[in-house]
Design a protein around this ligand. Sequence first.
Ligand code: COA
Length: 256
Amino acid sequence: MSDVLLEVLNDGVLLLTLNRPDKKNALNVVLWEALYQAMINAKNNDDVRVVVLTGAGGNFCSGMDLTEFNLEGDHPFNRCATAIAEFDKPMMGAASGIAVGGGATMLFHTDILYVGQSFRMRLPFVNLGLVPEFASSYVLQAAIGSRKAAQLFYTAEWVDAKRAEQLDIANEVFDDDQLLSKAMETAKEIAQWPLNALRETKKTLKLPHQAGIRAAFEVEAVAMKKQAGSPENIEAITAFMEKRRSDFSNILPESY
Ligand code: COA
């Protein structure tokens, strides 16, 4: 067990807490790897019937750690995203505060999502010179419809708790201080039922989406390879680190 990911298993419910609160739980390589290992262990452990994902310090997650943004080589993002997308038991999210980039798209793979009043979600891909990841280009369209998904991807606008519920991204909104106990209550209700029935039910729910999710992972990986490290991406990440607005005005499409 790693200190960037807290794991508590009780009564069939595994609570996984992203734990880098100083960085709003940004996903660095160590955290991606810890999360991957936890998902594989959860899949193989019959004592786990439900997984609940949450974040420490009042935020869910600020997405990929931009100070080490480089998906080249054997990056654990790829295996972790697949492990979450193909997890074969019920998975819930309990998210308050920030849920950005990979910290939002991860939540699209939860079966049930509860959010706190402070929840604020954003898909900052185009503004970083990037493209959607985590099969979100498929999963979000399937959940909320293609037009609404397109608006969120193209504008990179913020979505608050109420709108997330209206859009069907979240099941329900709770006061922040009630959020986790409400999620655990529902998770325990689910965990009372037989494991095989839960697994087979998840299979029936996910099967219609399997081909779309796999195709999305493939097309996103190709597009991400083109965009990651491009001049516009480098400008966006440099601007983030220098705490200034990005300036794309001098970057021509044909310059890479
Ligand atoms: N990667 C690395 N560090 C991050 C981070 C990320 N994705 N998101 C936040 N942090 C760090 C900040 O640099 C800051 O560190 P510092 O205290 O050492 O300066 C700390 O976390 C707190 O963030 P801050 O920006 O001060 O908080 P905020 O409440 O004003 O804004 C966000 C929060 C999430 C809106 C803002 O940090 C942000 O836009 N982050 C980038 C999100 C993003 O684009 N993610 C990648 C998607 S692919």
